[in-house]
Design a protein around this ligand. Sequence first.
Ligand code: HEC
Length: 138
Amino acid sequence: MSFPIHGEWLLPTALVLMAVSGCSPRSGEAATGRVSGLTGDEVARARSLYENAACGVCHGDSGEGVEQSAPALGGLEPYWTAERLMEYVRDPAAFRAANPDFGARSDVTYELEMPAFDYLSEDELRLLARWLLGGGLS
Ligand code: HEC
């Protein structure tokens, strides 16, 4: 009994099939909602925080960034730590004032200014920060 596809072709064939069907290993991960260190439930809560706070209006629904509007939210690590992200999202202007040496990740400037989200609880801010750092949107 011989297989039509030999062992050494299995991996490349699988990769080609995934590419053709528009499914990459990364989007497969996102589909199951897995983000390092977070439970499926936490991922779902973080996602709805992102949606309810309308972060996507400026950053894009998938955090892909919107030209002129706001930067992409992938690859935040190692530039950001969870503590700093929480502080920043709570009040970007206050964060910048308190951390004058903490420059933006790029020198692109945007027409919009990120508002403060100080109505979010400590727990919500922490969850959002862990989700963003864990690659929830990348
Ligand atoms: C009104 C538009 C707007 C909204 C709404 C908004 N942001 Fe932003 N955000 C910006 C802009 C503009 C910047 C870039 C500011 C800068 O570089 O000084 C930014 C920067 C950031 C950064 C830093 C990105 C980097 O490249 O280092 C993070 C993280 C972030 N936003 C998260 C969020 C989250 C989470 C929400 C929702 C709770 C949100 N933003 C809502 C406009 C927005």
